[in-house]
Design a protein around this ligand. Structure first.
Ligand code: NDP
Length: 407
């Protein structure tokens, strides 16, 4: 079952049995991971944490693992294993390291796996979690950008449930009448517009990583913050929505909404426009997934609409934010193109953060790599996950060559 279908748990969110939910959090030290574990720590009786994982931040991971009494803690970077073992000595929490160990942790029996690793690195572990046919709270949108149909097919075959954590998709999921999908005219994903919403193109040319990381409303990891500034993140979200919901690409709209209060909307044939609103705090959509199909409490700030007074909306500017067009073109070209787009973006965001590339180079290079790949090999059919990794590798190499930064 996926976000496209109905639900199979007890109405009102009551779990069929009263035992705690066995939960694994991949990417536990990140922005989504720590928000998830904050909710877990506030309601410890409700959860039994099976495993928590990170890349290299061993001490942070150990602290979190102890706080939520996790059974296993795993780092992807073998060099961080010593520090993890030392920090967890005597705690009874078992440890492991390496990319394979992350996949093994993802496959440990759990009622829900929160997929919150950043980037294409999350694909393998999330697929390992999907393979156990459990519920995936999916934050790692790159799974869908890189492997779209393949990922959703794997979920269907394993009878895994995919719940969207991304605030816009979670909003749509909350207001989408799954029995009335054919009555939907369109989805609207809102976008804050990022820190450069009002900047002229020429002004954007010289912006620094510090400026780009300063998102006006959301506190997030570095990669998604930069992607929000270029609006590539919104482009990825169009791709994500196309795979999560049974709608065509031309039924997925983007609307700039600087206050980030309305997260997503669904417009029906009768003219009704249903919206989900909330303070910009990822604990709300995460809690929606953790408790689905019920609800649970969160400390997220409650909206005071009278104090807010005005909510504004505007169309995105395709000239200053070409990433939206590029993502739509890649979506039309197929999963190989969207996987390539993600790979170039990962390389270029890293280069920008390291001051080896300019802000505008991120999208320009992506466009050049996609053009080159379409012109030489073309974007063929992706039949297996190895095809995804092959495209990813080619796109990274070309991005390095074009950007001339050796990234
Ligand atoms: P962060 O950068 O804050 O955290 C990333 C997490 O992934 C960390 O735990 C990091 O470990 C881990 N990680 C990084 N590389 C690897 C690797 N190679 N192998 C295993 N683990 C790795 O990211 P966010 O929490 O911001 O984002 C996570 C995902 O959620 C992204 O796909 C993002 O697009 C999506 N998302 C995020 C939102 C947000 O508000 N932050 C909103 C909606 C979606 P370590 O700490 O050791 O580096």
């Amino acid at each position: 079952m996926t976000a496209q279908d109905g639900h199979d748990q007890a109405p009102g969110g009551a779990r069929a049995d009263a035992r705690p939910m066995r939960l694994t959090v991949l990417g536990a030290t990140g922005s989504i991971g720590t928000s998830t574990l904050d909710l877990v720590a506030r309601d410890p009786e409700r959860f039994e944490v099976v495993a928590v994982t990170a890349n290299a931040r061993a001490e942070d991971l150990a602290r979190l693992a102890i706080r939520v009494r996790a059974r296993h803690a795993v780092v992807a970077d073998p060099a961080a294993h010593g520090a993890l073992k030392a920090a967890l000595a005597g705690s009874g929490i078992t440890t492991a390291a390496g990319a394979r160990a992350i996949c093994e942790a993802a496959a440990l029996p759990a009622d829900m796996v929160v997929a919150a690793i950043v980037g294409a690195a999350g694909l393998g572990p999330t697929l390992a979690a999907v393979g156990q046919g459990t519920t995936i709270a999916l934050a790692n949108k790159e799974c869908l950008v890189c492997a779209g149909d393949l990922f959703m097919r794997a979920a269907r075959e394993a009878s895994a449930t995919i719940l969207p954590v991304d605030s816009e998709h979670n909003a749509v999921f909350q207001v989408l009448e799954r029995d009335n999908v054919e009555q939907v005219e369109k989805l609207i994903l809102t976008a804050s517009g990022g820190p450069f919403r009002t900047f002229a193109l020429e002004e954007m040319r010289g912006v620094t990583p510090d400026q780009a990381l300063r998102h006006p409303n959301w506190s997030m990891g570095a990669r998604i913050s930069i992607d929000s500034a270029t609006m590539m993140n919104k482009g990825f979200e169009i791709i994500e929505a196309r795979h999560l919901f049974p709608l065509r690409a031309d039924q997925i709209d983007v609307l700039v909404h600087p206050q980030s209060v309305v997260h997503g909307m669904v417009q029906y044939r009768d003219g009704s426009l249903l919206a989900q609103m909330g303070a910009p705090d990822m604990r709300t959509p995460i809690a929606h997934c953790l408790a689905w199909p019920g609800r649970m409490g969160t400390p997220a700030q409650r909206l005071d609409l009278a104090a807010l007074g005005t909510l504004t909306f505007e169309a995105p500017d395709p000239v200053r934010f070409p990433a939206l067009r590029l993502a739509r073109e890649a979506l039309a070209a197929g999963t190989a193109a969207t996987a390539a787009l993600n790979a170039v973006d990962e390389v270029m965001v890293k280069a920008f953060l390291a001051r080896r590339a300019g802000f505008l180079d991120i999208v320009t290079t992506a466009e050049q790599v996609l053009e080159r790949m379409a012109g030489t090999t073309g974007f063929g059919e992706m039949t297996c996950i190895d095809d995804v990794f092959a495209v990813d590798e080619t796109a990274r190499r070309l991005a390095g060559e074009i950007a001339g930064n050796g990234s």
